[in-house]
Design a protein around this ligand. Structure first.
Ligand code: SAH
Length: 385
């Protein structure tokens, strides 16, 4: 590495950018495991190398004695599993959360006996067979599926692809969560098929939805809304722009015998919420969980505007004394900024608010301080006075 680099790497950050590198071993091939040294030749760590990416090395270990081989990944997966078991995330969990588990750009979700993998950097993509072997050894799974249909792979020179990494199986499965059941489509669902990160947050609505009229927007397959019906809401309406998500959400309501309380419709939430607030509609609880509005710093303003807009519209639909349940999964919108956006929305809506609860993603997605992209989910409940 160059002589003068930011203290970021010494402080534990695993990424080494191209402009931090002084000299490269000319023998190193893209995807190889390389050793990294400071300018005065002290060992920093080992990681995967990709000269085509802006992040030229992603560190896997800072231990000189570690041999990066099949056994290494088997051991790492076992450690990940031990952590999840300790915290009670057993049946379904994010088994590997990339950088936060010391395996940059690797995601593995466990849905009971099925596993979904994403290898989003060339260096980890090469170890896919070793990862599959380790999963087979540790879990004896019924199936393993690859969801590498993710655009970010192209920055690494990798193709977008999906398919079986085990013998083929029926990718439409059912999972249990908080006493409810949900259809999950591992092949065609969004991301890995299901959003495990909101599991504990879905439970957090238990008391506020009792006897309530609830509106949910950006529902995907209806998890929050079905929880609301289960926890005693009088009626629940959910909206999503994706027709297939809405169909699946209605099937999920029926799967839990809640189809008389909970129904889903296809709609653009931005338009409908605006229209309904003009008409003076009111709900006891409004829930919002939009997709990430941006992935790059250049368009951060667009994300801020989007969050302000949708939360303003949501708040206007809440009866005095009711609740707004609102999430943001945009990495670049940090918790402080998110609160500021909500405060501005409240000001424009001319509503007073108070914070009821503010938390992050479930603990099977641990947060590394100083590694911003590991703290990505903001989940906020406010009372709208
Ligand atoms: N709450 C869900 C996750 C929501 S993901 C859960 O816990 O599983 C975000 C959802 O927003 C996606 O399903 C996407 O289809 C939907 N979406 C995106 N833009 C939208 C819009 N303008 N109006 C309504 N839904 C939208």
């Amino acid at each position: 590495m160059k002589k003068r680099i930011s203290p970021r790497i010494a402080n534990g950050h695993p990424w080494i950018f191209g402009n931090e590198i002084d000299k490269l071993d000319t023998e190193a091939q893209p995807g190889d495991i390389v050793d990294v040294f400071t300018n005065d030749k002290s060992f920093v760590g080992k990681g995967y190398f990709n000269p085509q990416s802006q992040i030229v090395v992603r560190l896997l270990t800072r231990n000189k004695n570690d041999q990066v081989n099949e056994e290494f990944f088997h051991r790492r997966l076992l450690e990940c599993w031990e952590y999840r078991k300790k915290l009670g995330y057993v049946e379904n969990c994010r088994l590997v959360f990339g950088e936060a588990d010391g395996m940059p750009q690797l995601i593995i979700d466990k849905f009971n006996d099925y596993f979904v993998i994403q290898t989003l950097a060339l260096g980890i993509d090469k170890w896919k067979p070793a990862l599959v072997k380790a999963i087979e050894k540790i879990f004896r799974p019924k199936g393993i599926y690859e969801r590498n249909d993710v655009p970010v792979r192209e920055l690494e020179g990798l193709p977008q692809q999906k398919g079986f990494l085990s013998a083929p199986f029926d990718t439409k499965i059912i999972i249990n969560e908080n006493g409810l059941r949900f259809h999950v489509d591992l092949e065609n669902g969004q991301k890995t098929g299901y959003f495990l990160d909101q599991r504990d947050n879905r439970r957090a609505i238990e008391h506020i939805v009792k006897d309530a009229e609830v509106l949910g927007a950006f529902t995907y397959t209806g998890t929050f809304e079905i929880h609301a019906a289960y926890y005693g809401a009088r009626s629940v309406l959910g909206l999503d722009i994706s027709e297939s998500a809405v169909q699946q959400a209605n099937r999920n309501a029926a799967l839990n015998g809640l189809e008389n309380i909970c129904r889903f419709e296809t709609a653009n939430a931005f338009d409908v919420l605006k229209q309904w607030s003009k008409e003076g509609k009111q709900y006891d609880v409004v829930m919002l969980d939009p997709p990430a509005f941006t992935k790059s710093r250049e368009t951060i303003q667009k994300a801020i505007t989007g969050y302000k807009e949708i939360n303003l519209r949501g708040m206007k639909l809440v009866k005095p004394g009711g609740f707004l349940v609102t999430s943001s999964c945009t990495n670049l919108v940090n918790p402080q900024l998110f609160k500021e956006i909500i405060a501005k929305a409240a000001k424009d809506a001319r509503r007073e608010i108070r914070q009821v609860l503010f938390q992050a993603q479930a603990a099977d997605h641990p947060i590394i301080w100083g590694l911003e992209n590991t703290q990505y989910l903001k989940f906020l409940i406010i009372q709208v006075l």
